[in-house]
Design a protein around this ligand. Structure first.
Ligand code: AMP
Ligand code: ZN
Length: 114
């Protein structure tokens, strides 16, 4: 999608620190980290929100989770723990309309979230 921030990061039109890329998934450092480790994992395919996802996206969404786990583990947070979060819609605070999984680690994370 031409006016989507994360599509532009995917395409290299906006700079980001890319940490993982394959045909289906791209990961990069969040520009405003909320924890010592904070990366975003996105599908290369533009899907505006989890609320827009269809059954055909099931494997892709599962892959986001596995990449998130691999990134956190590779950074040393496998044992200590990490959190994955996907905001969908205004009440959840979704600010970029391209599905993205937050991967947070490196500090104790509050529960429930605010
Ligand atoms: P959400 O609020 O769940 O939609 O998350 C959007 C995330 O994108 C926020 O954590 C932002 O800090 C992050 N973000 C916004 N612009 C950029 C950018 N140019 N590069 C990396 N992360 C970004
Ligand atoms: Zn997009």
């Amino acid at each position: 999608m031409s006016d989507c921030l994360f599509c532009k990061i995917r395409d290299g039109q906006i700079p980001a620190t890319i940490t993982y890329r394959d045909q289906a998934v791209v990961a990069f450092k969040d520009i405003g980290p909320k924890a010592p480790f904070h990366q975003l994992v996105i599908p290369t395919q533009h899907i505006a929100s989890l609320a827009e996802a269809k059954s055909e996206h099931a494997a892709l969404l599962g892959k986001l989770m596995l990449v998130a786990s691999e990134l956190a583990s590779a950074a040393g947070y496998r044992e200590r723990g990490f959190r994955v979060v996907m905001n969908a819609g205004p009440d959840a605070g979704q600010s970029v309309a391209h599905v993205h999984l937050h991967v947070l680690a490196g500090r104790a994370l509050d529960w429930p979230p605010g």
